[in-house]
Write a protein of this length. Structure first.
Length: 247
């Protein structure tokens, strides 16, 4: 014979390159990849459209409850009742914004600062999952940088006086005082005071011994704030975040 390929089809396929089955498999993989990319692009498009719709609803709501006092027709519109009225908000009549910055010193008794599990790194992380000893040593007020990107910083929102008040609900269970109070102080210092209606701390029936000092810290914090700005709610049962939300 003049050549092996003319007599042996198997050898001919080996010499010619990939088999038909290999090519078919490669085409199948490409189709699956294209379908996955199209689905991912569709999900991204849906997410963007949902965010844009939510943004439009927010802007529309704020526009409906905004009174343009700088307009010459505004006083007459208000007097005639034709101007949109601000949304009623569930805040006390004596509510007022707090003054920033808010500061608070962590005062833990020695038995809470010198726990036996603090002696070794492994024992502390098994008990708490992080370096609680170091957290207790750090001040509660931290100069955190602004994590927003430049586009978010450049965005112009309506005046805080036109936006609704919010209630910040913090549900906790056996949360160490240093991290819990640092969270509260951060909310007070990093949020516009005009938007914070109240901060509600919901204790989901904690058993942590150092919580005996929580009320004393909140009393000192409240002296810097308007009445009712921070409230503590203690639950009689522990049934998780869903039950605590319905408190």
């Amino acid at each position: 014979p003049s050549s092996v390929s003319s007599l042996d089809p198997t050898m001919a396929r080996k010499k010619s390159g990939c088999s038909f089955e290999t090519k078919l498999s490669a085409v199948f993989v490409c189709l699956v990849t294209i379908i996955a990319l199209l689905q991912f692009a569709s999900l991204q498009s849906d997410s963007i459209q949902a965010l844009q719709a939510a943004e439009r609803r927010l802007e529309s709501s704020l526009h409906l409850h905004r009174i343009h006092v700088d307009s010459p027709a505004a006083p007459a519109a208000v007097a005639s009742g034709s101007a949109p009225k601000p949304r009623a908000q569930n805040v006390p009549e004596n509510w007022r914004p707090h003054t920033q910055p808010v500061d608070l010193e962590l005062r833990l008794p020695d038995e809470f600062r010198n726990r036996p599990e603090f002696r070794t790194h492994d024992a502390m992380f098994r008990q708490y999952g992080f370096n609680l000893k170091k957290s207790n040593e750090l001040p509660l007020v931290q100069p955190w940088p602004d994590p927003r990107n430049e586009q978010c910083k450049a965005r112009r929102w309506p005046s805080v006086h036109e936006m609704p008040k919010v209630s910040v609900v913090i549900i906790f269970y056996n949360e160490p005082l240093s991290t819990l109070l640092r969270n509260v102080v951060s909310v007070l210092n990093r949020s516009p005071p005009e938007l914070i209606g109240e901060i509600v701390l919901v204790d989901d029936h904690s058993k942590l011994d150092e919580h005996s000092a929580l009320q004393e810290h909140l009393d000192r914090l409240q002296k810097q704030l308007p009445p009712g700005k921070v409230r503590l709610v203690r639950r009689d049962v522990h049934n998780g975040i869903v039950g605590a939300r319905n408190q």
